[in-house]
Design a protein around this ligand. Structure first.
Ligand code: GRF
Length: 199
């Protein structure tokens, strides 16, 4: 399967996919990496792996819709089977979802439906949950609301800070992402309503 991965930051989820796809038996290859900003480690990781990159900044476009259309075309140019949003900090719009409906995955550092949005680990810590985690889901028109593919639970430590908790979540998140994307690539998957069935 051909993967286009979208990033906005350090790209450790991307790196986990790059490491996994080095094995031909994994069943997927990263064919391009896109970002909404430049100068991030995620792009450097792609460049070090010799993978094409593209950067589309919202402020460079006349409208959000124009940016969304450009992002759609940039991804489509690589004919992906799956688009994986791994720490991509923008919501895609209607044109993107029309083109990639059911074929875009996003990973979120909380156990959906709890704590959607930009601050999952902080919100979990603030709420005082003892268990949080991460969620891989098929992107729909909402914020972290799509049909769930996989989840992984992570214990919250009494002395956790947002950073220590998020780092622990990210360890589980990378493993969850690599395992699920590999199975989806090798076995195929079906999205029926809110259910995602692999194989
Ligand atoms: C991940 O935890 C992702 O779920 C969240 O931001 C983090 C990105 O980490 N949206 P990285 O860029 O993959 O290292």
């Amino acid at each position: 399967a051909r993967l286009v991965v979208l990033v906005s930051g350090s790209g450790t989820n991307l790196q986990a996919l790059l490491d996994a796809t080095a094995d031909p038996a994994y069943g997927a290859t990263v064919v391009a990496v896109g970002a909404d900003r430049d100068g991030i480690e995620g792009l450097a990781r792609a460049e070090r792996a010799g993978i094409p990159t593209f950067v589309l900044k919202v402020k460079d476009f006349d409208s959000r819709e124009a940016w969304d259309a450009a992002l759609t075309d940039a991804c489509a140019a690589y004919t992906p089977d799956l688009v994986v949003s791994a720490g991509f900090m923008k919501l895609v719009g209607a044109s993107f979802l029309d083109r990639f409906a059911g074929r875009m995955l996003n990973t979120h550092p909380a156990l959906s439906p709890s704590f959607p949005g930009m601050h999952g680990p902080a919100d979990a810590l603030e709420y005082g949950v003892k268990v949080t985690g991460c969620t891989l889901f098929v992107v729909d028109g909402g914020v972290d609301t799509g049909p769930i593919v996989a989840q992984s639970a992570v214990t919250v430590a009494d002395d956790d800070t947002v950073e220590s908790l998020h780092e622990r979540i990210k360890v589980a998140e990378r493993a969850m992402l690599v395992d699920a994307v590999g199975r989806m690539a090798r076995e195929g998957f079906v999205v029926a309503g809110r259910r995602v069935r692999i194989g």
